[in-house]
Design a protein around this ligand. Structure first.
Ligand code: SF4
Length: 308
């Protein structure tokens, strides 16, 4: 089979984005990552929500689905269940993932299906002309909040960690090589992986610019002794004031996870932050549900089968 290049993932669809939008960097890194992983376009399904960033599914030559606002993840999960040979990638913006789709987000995280989710965070609602989004800073001045955003921003990666995330990374659309690396690692991770990309909106967000992100982002790889498999360290990094951690922030050492504690006795289970179990002791959590297949990573068995 011929070698795949990033160009093989290009479409003829003209880009709708404003010149200089950070989403261009994400698109470019994504295509490069897929090519470097040797994926063919027919092996990839790309699912996106609504928003400027949601248009990305039209710009990647692959199976694609541009869904409604906040609904990329349930569609992506269904696609993965229907054909687990596909590399399934979901994408959207901070509003799509952390506001309208927030309910789907935490449940997709805890189910840990083998999907990669790319969140393009520009800290504003670009498509609808710059209103404050869930990640906008308190005081952010927008068209509908001229006195400043009164709300506190959501910390999407910390939320995901609390929900039991098995892979968290952050990149910057102006650092393409690093971003390619993060996306490749996320796709190769067996489980639900999140890559949040700081992706400036050059048209409406005049505060969180490329220069602002360069000043505030710091790679955890440069922090002495930082271990990406240490959940507590990841939570500290994500919630520390003053800087925005980037790089591989957390990857669960074991890719197996009991995702339906309720069926296994949720009252006895440990706090979610410590909720890691040994593979051999995991009961297939979909064994008695209406799901046709178990969602557990790499599980190939039909329902009603117990893994001992
Ligand atoms: Fe990008 Fe902002 Fe333009 Fe949307 S409005 S395409 S986020 S620069």
């Amino acid at each position: 089979m011929a070698t795949v290049t990033a160009k093989d993932f290009a479409t003829a669809t003209p880009s709708w984005w404003c010149p200089g939008c950070g989403d261009f960097g994400v698109l470019s890194a994504l295509k490069q990552a897929l090519a470097e992983l040797g994926k063919q376009p027919h092996q990839v399904a790309f699912i996106s929500g609504i928003g400027c960033s949601g248009k990305i599914s039209g710009y990647v030559h692959s199976y694609a689905f541009h869904g409604v606002h906040g609904r990329a993840l349930p569609v992506a999960t269904a696609v993965k269940l229907a054909n687990r040979d596909l590399t399934v990638i979901a994408a959207g913006g901070d509003g799509d993932g952390y506001a309208i789709g927030a309910g789907h987000f935490v449940h997709a995280v805890r189910r840990n299906a083998d999907i990669t989710y790319i969140v393009m965070d520009n800290q504003t609602y670009g498509l609808t002309k710059g209103q404050a989004s869930p990640t906008s800073a308190t005081g952010y001045v927008a068209s509908v909040s001229p006195d400043g955003n009164p709300d506190s921003p959501i910390n999407g990666l910390a939320l995901a960690l609390a929900a039991g995330a098995s892979f968290l990374a952050r990149g910057f659309s102006a650092q393409p090589k690093h971003l390619v690396q993060m996306i490749k690692m996320a796709i190769e991770h067996k489980g639900f992986s999140i890559v949040e990309v700081m992706s400036p909106c050059v048209t409406y967000n005049k505060i969180n610019t490329y220069a602002w992100f360069k000043e505030h982002l710091s790679d955890v790889a440069n922090s002495e002794g930082y271990a990406p498999n240490d959940r507590s360290a990841a939570f500290d990094a994500l919630t520390r004031e003053g800087s925005i951690p980037m790089g591989l922030i957390y990857q669960e050492p074991s890719r197996f996870r009991c995702v339906h504690g309720a069926r296994a006795g949720s009252l006895q289970r440990p706090p979610v932050l410590n909720h890691t179990v040994q593979p051999r002791k995991v009961l297939c959590v979909h064994a008695s549900t209406a799901s046709r297949f178990c969602l557990r990573v790499r599980c190939q068995r039909p329902r009603r089968v117990r893994h001992q």
